[in-house]
Design a protein around this ligand. Structure first.
Ligand code: MG
Length: 143
Protein backbone atom coordinates (compact mmCIF):
# COMPACT_ATOMS: atom_id res chain seq x y z
CA UNK A 1 0.00 0.00 0.00
CA UNK A 2 1.37 3.37 -0.90
CA UNK A 3 1.41 6.05 1.81
CA UNK A 4 0.59 8.86 -0.53
CA UNK A 5 -2.71 10.57 0.24
CA UNK A 6 -4.91 10.81 -2.83
CA UNK A 7 -6.53 14.09 -3.82
CA UNK A 8 -10.27 14.29 -3.33
CA UNK A 9 -12.79 16.54 -5.04
CA UNK A 10 -16.15 17.32 -3.46
CA UNK A 11 -18.83 18.54 -5.86
CA UNK A 12 -21.68 19.93 -3.77
CA UNK A 13 -23.85 23.04 -4.02
CA UNK A 14 -25.09 23.13 -0.43
CA UNK A 15 -22.79 24.99 1.97
CA UNK A 16 -24.04 23.05 4.97
CA UNK A 17 -23.31 19.74 3.24
CA UNK A 18 -19.82 20.99 2.36
CA UNK A 19 -19.26 21.88 6.02
CA UNK A 20 -20.52 18.48 7.12
CA UNK A 21 -18.07 16.70 4.83
CA UNK A 22 -15.20 18.85 6.12
CA UNK A 23 -16.33 18.17 9.67
CA UNK A 24 -16.48 14.42 9.04
CA UNK A 25 -12.97 14.55 7.52
CA UNK A 26 -11.70 16.32 10.63
CA UNK A 27 -13.41 13.92 13.03
CA UNK A 28 -11.85 10.98 11.18
CA UNK A 29 -8.43 12.67 10.92
CA UNK A 30 -8.63 12.49 7.14
CA UNK A 31 -5.94 14.80 5.80
CA UNK A 32 -6.20 14.11 2.07
CA UNK A 33 -6.07 17.29 -0.01
CA UNK A 34 -9.71 18.30 -0.57
CA UNK A 35 -11.01 20.68 -3.23
CA UNK A 36 -14.62 21.80 -3.42
CA UNK A 37 -16.61 22.79 -6.51
CA UNK A 38 -20.20 23.96 -6.26
CA UNK A 39 -21.68 22.25 -9.33
CA UNK A 40 -20.79 19.97 -12.20
CA UNK A 41 -19.90 22.81 -14.52
CA UNK A 42 -17.39 24.29 -12.06
CA UNK A 43 -15.98 20.83 -11.41
CA UNK A 44 -15.45 20.17 -15.13
CA UNK A 45 -13.65 23.49 -15.50
CA UNK A 46 -11.49 22.68 -12.48
CA UNK A 47 -10.64 19.17 -13.75
CA UNK A 48 -9.75 20.54 -17.17
CA UNK A 49 -7.47 23.17 -15.69
CA UNK A 50 -9.77 25.98 -16.88
CA UNK A 51 -10.68 27.28 -13.44
CA UNK A 52 -9.08 29.95 -11.25
CA UNK A 53 -8.28 27.27 -8.69
CA UNK A 54 -5.08 25.65 -9.95
CA UNK A 55 -5.27 21.94 -10.66
CA UNK A 56 -2.15 20.48 -9.05
CA UNK A 57 -3.19 16.91 -9.64
CA UNK A 58 -6.26 15.18 -11.04
CA UNK A 59 -8.17 13.85 -8.02
CA UNK A 60 -8.48 10.06 -7.69
CA UNK A 61 -11.77 10.33 -5.81
CA UNK A 62 -14.83 12.48 -6.37
CA UNK A 63 -17.66 12.84 -3.86
CA UNK A 64 -20.59 13.93 -5.99
CA UNK A 65 -24.01 15.39 -5.29
CA UNK A 66 -26.76 14.83 -7.88
CA UNK A 67 -29.12 17.78 -7.74
CA UNK A 68 -27.11 20.93 -8.41
CA UNK A 69 -27.68 24.08 -10.48
CA UNK A 70 -25.91 24.62 -13.85
CA UNK A 71 -24.84 21.00 -14.20
CA UNK A 72 -26.09 18.15 -12.05
CA UNK A 73 -24.15 15.09 -10.95
CA UNK A 74 -25.36 12.66 -13.63
CA UNK A 75 -24.58 15.02 -16.50
CA UNK A 76 -21.18 15.75 -14.95
CA UNK A 77 -20.50 12.02 -14.63
CA UNK A 78 -21.37 11.33 -18.25
CA UNK A 79 -19.01 14.16 -19.28
CA UNK A 80 -16.03 12.82 -17.32
CA UNK A 81 -16.64 9.25 -18.50
CA UNK A 82 -16.25 10.49 -22.09
CA UNK A 83 -13.03 12.33 -21.23
CA UNK A 84 -9.85 10.33 -21.79
CA UNK A 85 -8.03 12.07 -18.90
CA UNK A 86 -10.88 11.92 -16.39
CA UNK A 87 -12.78 8.76 -17.15
CA UNK A 88 -11.10 6.52 -14.57
CA UNK A 89 -11.79 8.66 -11.48
CA UNK A 90 -13.60 6.80 -8.69
CA UNK A 91 -16.86 8.57 -7.97
CA UNK A 92 -19.04 8.20 -4.91
CA UNK A 93 -22.50 9.71 -5.09
CA UNK A 94 -23.71 11.44 -1.92
CA UNK A 95 -27.25 12.63 -2.44
CA UNK A 96 -30.74 13.01 -1.03
CA UNK A 97 -32.14 11.61 -4.29
CA UNK A 98 -33.75 8.24 -3.66
CA UNK A 99 -34.91 8.03 -7.30
CA UNK A 100 -34.29 4.68 -8.91
CA UNK A 101 -33.50 6.43 -12.19
CA UNK A 102 -30.64 8.35 -10.55
CA UNK A 103 -29.24 5.15 -9.02
CA UNK A 104 -29.45 3.33 -12.35
CA UNK A 105 -27.88 6.22 -14.30
CA UNK A 106 -25.13 6.54 -11.69
CA UNK A 107 -24.21 2.83 -11.74
CA UNK A 108 -24.41 2.75 -15.53
CA UNK A 109 -21.74 5.43 -15.39
CA UNK A 110 -19.65 3.21 -13.10
CA UNK A 111 -19.88 4.91 -9.74
CA UNK A 112 -18.01 3.24 -6.89
CA UNK A 113 -20.96 3.76 -4.55
CA UNK A 114 -24.24 5.56 -3.98
CA UNK A 115 -24.84 6.96 -0.51
CA UNK A 116 -28.23 8.28 0.44
CA UNK A 117 -28.52 11.29 2.74
CA UNK A 118 -29.54 12.61 5.13
CA UNK A 119 -27.71 10.66 7.74
CA UNK A 120 -27.36 11.80 11.32
CA UNK A 121 -23.98 13.48 11.90
CA UNK A 122 -22.87 10.40 13.79
CA UNK A 123 -23.81 8.02 10.95
CA UNK A 124 -22.34 10.41 8.40
CA UNK A 125 -18.99 10.46 10.23
CA UNK A 126 -19.10 6.66 10.23
CA UNK A 127 -19.92 6.56 6.53
CA UNK A 128 -17.01 8.86 5.70
CA UNK A 129 -14.75 6.69 7.85
CA UNK A 130 -15.81 3.64 5.83
CA UNK A 131 -15.07 5.46 2.57
CA UNK A 132 -11.69 6.50 3.93
CA UNK A 133 -10.83 2.91 4.83
CA UNK A 134 -11.87 1.86 1.35
CA UNK A 135 -9.77 4.38 -0.58
CA UNK A 136 -6.81 3.88 1.78
CA UNK A 137 -6.93 0.19 0.91
CA UNK A 138 -7.04 0.81 -2.84
CA UNK A 139 -4.09 1.32 -5.12
CA UNK A 140 -4.41 4.05 -7.72
CA UNK A 141 -2.35 4.61 -10.85
CA UNK A 142 0.24 7.39 -10.56
CA UNK A 143 -1.42 9.26 -13.39
MG1 MG B 1 -26.76 19.61 -2.81
Amino acid sequence: MSDKLVNILLVEDDEVDVMNVKRAFKKNNITNPLNVCNNGFEALQFLRGESEIPLLEIPKIILLDINMPKMGGIEFLSEIRKDEKLKNISVFIMTTSNEDKDKLDAYNLNVAGYILKPLSMERFIEAVSTLNNYWKLCEFPEN
